[in-house]
Design a protein around this ligand. Structure first.
Ligand SMILES: C[S@@+](CC[C@H](N)C(=O)[O-])C[C@H]1O[C@@H](n2cnc3c(N)ncnc32)[C@H](O)[C@@H]1O
Length: 255
């Protein structure tokens, strides 16, 4: 990625938290000061907070075994380790979930809760591609060191982005939210705000499953130019293997 040394402040869609975790585990990005993640789904934010608690308190090997279901982790044992680390609303929800889960197995309780971002459970099998922060112990250790750089915001992406000063961010990440009216009624307003909040050399990273040419045209119409593209079209075979066919588009602000 160009200018990566200049990326200090980031705003990102929350989702499963994987973007923020991956970023904070990457070599050469130690200068990052803050990653602000935002999701309109309260449960997404609760699960990000919970994952932060897990990663702070579990060794690399434990986390892998837990998510791969290679060992039985008793819910009380695991939860005791992280309960004090998570915020009060997360604690209340997880107290309830674990108390009412008939299983002893922590992973099963998580899966049954429906709260967790479901993709995380199968993506672990393709961790290098989807969950790079779990790909090696080194990356995980780096992530652990940086977890306090994450702040979580609840509510609409644009409303939260607008809380920050103009020219504040070096990178804004929008994954899929411009793809659907369900996520974003007014793409123009989101792109306008992104331009205002990005600094002079700011980067806008967009992931889309829609027509990438149309997306480039839309974004370029708001004072950006596409500097890197990784295009993927829908492919039924990849789909069977659980791979996405999203395109990755990186934009810079026009001078
Ligand atoms: C389809 S998921 C993106 C998954 C993606 N592949 C990733 O990087 O994690 C979109 C996420 O954005 C959230 N979302 C959608 N519209 C939003 C909005 N306007 N403001 C904040 N979050 C939004 C959804 O709740 C969901 O968690």
């Amino acid at each position: 990625m160009n200018d990566q040394k200049e990326i200090k402040k980031v705003f990102s869609i929350g989702s499963g938290g994987d973007f923020a975790f991956s970023f904070l585990s990457a070599q050469g990005l130690e200068q990052i000061e803050e990653i602000n993640v935002c999701d309109v789904r309260q449960m997404a934010n609760i699960s990000i907070d919970f994952k932060i608690g897990l990663f702070k308190n579990l060794e690399y090997e434990e986390t892998l075994k837990l998510f791969l279901g290679q060992e039985l982790f008793y819910k009380e044992q695991i939860y005791k380790k992280i309960r004090e680390t998570i915020i009060l609303p997360s604690r209340k929800i997880f107290d309830f979930i674990l108390r009412n889960c008939k299983e002893d197995n922590f992973l099963k309780c998580l899966k049954n809760s429906g709260l967790w971002y479901k993709n995380s459970f199968w993506q672990i099998k393709n961790k290098t591609e989807y969950l790079p922060y779990l790909a090696t112990k080194e990356k995980y250790l780096l992530l652990q060191k940086n977890l306090d750089k994450i702040s979580i915001y609840s509510g609409d992406f644009n409303e939260n982005l607008k809380l920050f000063k103009d020219n504040y961010f070096a990178l804004i990440y929008m994954s899929n939210i411009l793809d659907s009216k369900k996520y974003c009624q007014e793409p123009n307003k989101y792109l306008q705000a992104a331009r205002e909040k990005l600094n002079g050399r700011g980067l806008l990273f967009i992931i889309t499953q829609n027509n990438s040419k149309k997306m480039v045209k839309l974004v370029e119409g708001h004072g950006f130019y596409a500097c890197e593209k990784e295009l993927h079209k829908f492919n039924i075979i990849s789909c069977f293997f659980g791979h996405y066919s999203y395109s990755l588009l990186l934009f810079k602000k026009n001078e």
